[in-house]
Design a protein around this ligand. Sequence first.
Ligand code: GLA
Length: 387
Amino acid sequence: MRGTASALFRATFGVAPRAAASAPGRVNLIGEHTDYNGGPVLPVALAARTTVAVGPAEAGVLEVVSTRDGRLERVDYKEGRPAGWGAYVAGVMRELLAAGAAPPGGGARVALASDLPAGAGLGSSAALTVASAKALSLLARAALAPRQIAGVAFRAERDHVGVRCGIMDQMIAALAQPQHALFLECGSIATRQIPLRGRWLLVDTGARHHLADGALNRRRVECEAAVARLQLELPELAWLASWPASWLPRLKRALPEPLRSRALHVVGETARTRFGAQLLARGHLTRFGTLLFESHESCRRLYECSAPELDLVVAAARRGGALGARLTGAGWGGAVLVLLGKEEEGRGKNEARVVREIRRAFAAAYGREPSITVVKPAGGVRRESVR
Ligand code: GLA
């Protein structure tokens, strides 16, 4: 799939691209809906990537084509708010212009290929914006550091597409190292690479969400309302995630529902994620797995961002003997991450039991099979050859 962005570029525009870059999707091990609340996250980059090949165009003209539909689109990125995935590339162009790192004349031809499903909670939009930002900055001969690429991609999605996401997806797509999880404190943007241990499965339920439709934005509004009320108790409070975990009774008194539940999730998830990062670093996978189950329960009950398909897979994984499982990404559909147990009874036994139980339960409820893959932690954004 990776070579096809260049092939598509040639087929569409009749010339070779000048530069290409790719960026990975991600799974988040723990720390859901904490990033935009100034809390920690612990994502891992996936082997599945989005590749973007680019070349020059007339000044001010942005032409985009994707293997998804093969249609060539001329995107008005200066005036309008384009629809579809072209909006993401348009946002990247505007941000690169603002940063003085856009191709000459602000024109480009862009071809895109991806082996990441969209709307599955796997960070496909950040893979697209990060890969685009890298490829277009290469075309401009601008040397942007990975954190700057992440910033361009983040602002493109938040300010131009209008999804009020946090910084997690763009940071992991830009900074990931193979075989590592990225511990990221989103309040300070401090990072630490932690070797990924254990064997992990990704179960894509096939249930899809559309974040721009508003569920994520609604939660953000609720979190902001919670901060505003909590600031009456603690004026210094900058982020919801900074509320002291030892002050939960006060938080409960100060907030009405549903703000109380949302805040309890964020404060609890923040503590779980920091503890989880330590457990992972020390290889305490059994206790880490327990945190994953707790995190899912908190997402389901308090943040109300789960879906029946996700709950069913988590329950089946638990019955099958997994150490932990939880929804990953925004939720409301998408994928479940499963931490497998040790193979005490011989290699493959635990995995086989967990997979069998998930397939059986899912088929009984929905009459189809979810896609189950082994997580192979990959590296972040990189230049690709245009050949
Ligand atoms: C989406 C957003 C991320 C993050 C997750 C929830 O994936 O893009 O920034 O908020 O939801 O943890």
